[in-house]
Design a protein around this ligand. Structure first.
Ligand code: EPU
Length: 459
């Protein structure tokens, strides 16, 4: 249980923050490093909960880790696999356990056991594409146990063998798992309809340094030529484009001005286009992007989340808060997850005017068209928000609530900070640094050192 955050709205965020290394890259790079027995050194490592959990998971397998959190440097080496059974306590911890199947079968032909995967509750999030792809490469996988309480028992006694795999949908995780398995598979593995998010390109860059031979074609096809010859790697993790955009939106919605060091234009194109459409100010510099309030925001836009290079689903929740402050009605169609609007109930209680729809609004039909999920909304703005006691349900909703509380006319108390700390590096310290009126209140039943002590030592 973590402390609660008290936020009194009305203060514009002003100043400079640095985007940390990307959560959705660093966690995968750690797993990828398990493929070899060579040393890997990472720079710009984010100090976040999901990296902590992934480190603990990899240490169980035999990884030796030296992590200088203050410097953001981590050295890892897995000379040998200590065990092939990932402990059940990691079940549901985050999205990483399922990727262990690809990485471990890439390293050993022995039997492995991997618990179920978890992550934010924003849809069913099945792993059928992962399993089908790995089976096509020669893995034998069996799920034993009840629903989410069980584990995957897998092996590739004959070794993995490259083949052509066509993913039903460009899933990030399934693409990563197949790449990890393909690195040491005999022959060539071809992934068609692959995800090509910048974090996947990052994984490929790391694997190329490690020794893998991988190409990305223009038509979402990834080809991997199997190898077992590996090298030591030094790698600087790309800045987190979700964190960068989040601070940008918080700056604009609070009518402030924040320079986000490390925000990369090339990976934020679609986000910046939408920001321009609503009238949010930004200035792209050589080492980051400055975001600023540039007068009243204009709604009336249509926004659709999609796989890369589309508008990221992880930008959606904070962007909806921004739209509550824009004049006019905007349509948001979520096409990646079927259930990512649950957080809007709390925004409505704070004064936002948001209506949910089961239909695909905005013209394009998505995978959820004939199903009954509320996956489109209309947001009418501009609304005055009022403070509220809020419990964070998941990572990105968490940042959206922080933004709403920063805009609100009075005080909010936010609990469930552990969800936010999974993915946002030093988020409380950064809020304080940017001038937000925030303070930490002890958890109602504290069971470990208070986060307030950590913040005090920073300030
Ligand atoms: N899907 C399936 N079957 C599968 C795999 C995916 O139906 O076997 C569906 C999912 O249910 C979902 C869609 O495909 O509807 C996309 O899922 P994807 O596999 O692409 O997502 P993921 O790998 O589980 C990663 C990020 C998410 C991010 C998505 C999409 C990590 C750890 N997580 O999840 O990040 O939203 O890709 O870009 O990399 C976040 O950081 O807050 C977050 C949720």
């Amino acid at each position: 249980m973590t402390d609660r955050l008290k936020i009194t709205g009305g203060q514009p965020l002003k100043g400079h923050v640095k985007a940390a290394g990307a959560k959705n890259a660093m966690t995968k790079l750690l797993v990828a490093s398990l493929l070899s027995d060579k040393k890997c050194t990472f720079y710009n490592v984010p100090n976040i909960g999901d990296v902590e959990v992934t480190v603990a998971l990899c240490q169980e397998i035999g990884m030796e880790v030296q992590w200088d959190r203050a410097a953001g440097i981590m050295e890892v080496i897995t000379k040998e696999l200590k065990t092939l059974y990932v402990p059940q306590r990691f079940s549901g911890s985050n999205r990483i356990p399922i990727l262990m199947i690809g990485a471990l079968l890439g390293r050993t032909d022995q039997d492995i056991i991997v618990p179920t995967t978890g992550g934010c509750s924003i849809g069913q999030r099945p792993v059928d594409f992962h399993i089908q792809a790995l089976e096509q490469l020669g893995a034998v996988i069996e799920y034993r146990g009840m629903k989410r309480e069980g584990a995957y028992f897998a092996h590739a006694h004959q070794g993995l063998k490259g083949t052509i795999i066509t993913l039903p949908y460009p899933s990030v995780g399934a693409t990563e798992n197949t790449i990890l398995a393909g690195v040491t598979a005999r022959g060539t593995t071809v992934i068609r309809n692959a995800a090509i998010e910048p974090e996947i390109v990052e994984l490929i860059l790391f694997l190329q340094k490690l020794g893998a031979i991988i190409t990305i074609d223009v038509d979402r096809t990834i080809r991997i030529q199997g190898t077992r010859r590996f090298y030591e790697v030094e790698h600087t993790v790309i800045p987190d484009r979700i964190e960068a955009a989040s601070w940008g939106m918080a700056a604009i919605s609070s009518k402030g001005r924040v320079f986000v060091e490390g925000a990369q234009h090339v990976n934020m194109l679609t986000f910046l286009n939408k920001l321009r459409e609503v009238g949010g100010g930004f200035d792209i510099k050589s080492d980051g992007i400055e975001f600023f309030y540039d007068g009243p925001l204009q709604g009336g836009i249509h926004l659709e989340t999609d796989v890369h290079p589309g508008f990221m689903t992880d930008w959606q929740q904070p962007f909806v808060v921004l739209l509550t402050q824009a004049h006019g009605s905007s349509v948001v169609h979520e096409t990646v997850y079927e259930n990512r609007f649950g957080y809007t109930d709390t925004l409505k209680e704070m004064g936002a005017d948001i209506t949910l729809f089961r239909q695909c609004l905005g013209g394009k039909s998505c995978r959820f068209a004939s199903q009954s999920f509320c996956h489109s909304i209309i947001v009418k703005g501009a609304s005055s928000l009022v403070g509220k006691d809020i419990h964070i349900p998941d990572l990105r909703a968490g940042f959206a609530y922080i933004m709403a509380a920063l805009i609100a006319s009075d005080t909010s108390v936010i609990s469930g900070l552990q969800f936010l700390l999974r993915g946002y590096d030093k988020v409380v310290e950064k809020l304080i640094h940017l001038g937000a009126d925030v303070s930490l209140l002890p958890a109602e039943k504290p069971i470990r050192p208070a986060l307030s002590q950590v913040v005090e030592s920073f300030v």
